[in-house]
Design a binder for this molecule. Structure first.
Ligand SMILES: [Cu+2]
Length: 327
């Protein structure tokens, strides 16, 4: 019995699971990479280093492409219909590649670290590419990429070709298992959807540092400090204050229709939270600061990874913050 026949005996879900597993196995352990591990790591390193295809194996069950996508599909569907009153229930998004009939197609990207290429994908509905998107936060589609340990965060805006293919120049800085989120509003429904897939990048992965609670982060001399309690019992108001050398920064430029942009992910499964900027949209050319306020709600008690984008002098910087819920 050949592989396709054997796969045919399992349900579509299992077949997809195996297909992903085979694809990942092929993608993350190319012979050249294995040779490189052997050459650079030596005998000891071969056992203790953590390339995705070897040390990362156990991770696949927890947050790899197959585990995360298959395991969470039903959960996302369960509350998918209640997204409009997201604050009443669990505003969890981004755990599935499918929701409300929309599907995030395979994400194509360079296979290896340092390889210059393109990241591309298509969103489909009933098998046809979706090409009509509503603008939300200044863009038709927000692409967020983060490694399973919370590192390597990127928030970018690909461009769409006429056939619905979204693409952006891409290179990976480090190996690992990455979650790729597409956050958008199809014009047909007007409802925000966040879909995700996992992409594995071959190579040695640094040991995952435990995330520590940190309400403050300094990037290029700019310090972002969060105040406010993150709770599970409804709206939580979080205020980020930007300072430089201890002085408040008052020339924050509008970015994505607000004075800053916040992405919040649940540590453990990287569920994507709904976050609203608070206050009126700043006028183009205006500046504000030092405070930027957001409203969100944690779906469950625990730890959350927060990524605050802010723009000063035309440069967008991202502060990485980690909060535990207060309940
Ligand atoms: Cu964006």
């Amino acid at each position: 019995m050949n592989a396709p026949q054997r796969l045919g005996l399992y349900g579509g879900g299992l077949a997809a699971l195996f297909a992903v597993t085979f694809a990942v196995a092929g993608a993350v352990v190319p012979d050249g990479t294995v040779a490189a591990w052997s050459a650079t790591a030596g005998g000891d390193g071969a056992q203790h280093a953590a390339p995705v295809g070897v040390g990362g194996g156990p991770d696949d069950g927890a947050h790899g492409g197959s585990g995360a996508d298959a395991g969470s599909g039903s959960g996302a569907d369960a509350h998918g219909g209640s997204d409009t009153d997201a604050h009443a229930g669990a505003p969890v998004r981004g755990l599935s590649l499918e929701q409300d009939g929309l599907l995030l197609g395979p994400v194509r990207a360079p296979d290896a670290v340092g390889e210059e290429g393109t990241l591309s994908f298509t969103v489909t509905a009933d098998g046809a590419a979706v090409t009509d998107f509503a603008t939300e936060h200044d863009k038709e589609l927000h692409l967020v990429v983060v490694r399973s340990d919370g590192a390597g965060f990127r928030h970018v805006h690909p461009t769409m070709a006429a056939d619905g293919t979204w693409s952006i120049p891409w290179a990976w800085d480090e190996a690992g298992s990455y979650r790729v989120y597409a956050d958008f509003v199809p014009a047909a429904t007007g409802e925000n959807v966040t879909l995700s897939r996992t992409v594995d990048v071959a190579g040695r992965v640094p040991a995952e540092p435990a995330t520590r609670v940190s309400a403050s982060d300094t990037v290029d001399g700019y310090t972002a400090t969060l105040t406010g309690d993150l709770g599970t019992d409804g709206d939580s108001v979080l205020t980020a204050r930007i300072t430089r050398d201890g002085e408040p920064v008052t020339d924050l430029e509008p970015y994505l229709g607000a004075s800053g942009h916040l992405v919040a992910l649940r540590a453990g499964d990287l569920a994507y939270l709904h976050v609203h900027p608070e206050g009126a949209e700043p006028a183009p050319g205006s500046v504000s600061g030092p405070d930027v306020t957001f409203v969100t709600s944690a779906p469950t008690p625990g730890r959350y990874l927060l990524y605050l984008d802010f723009k000063v002098d035309g440069v967008v910087r991202t502060a990485h913050l980690v909060l535990d819920t207060t309940d």
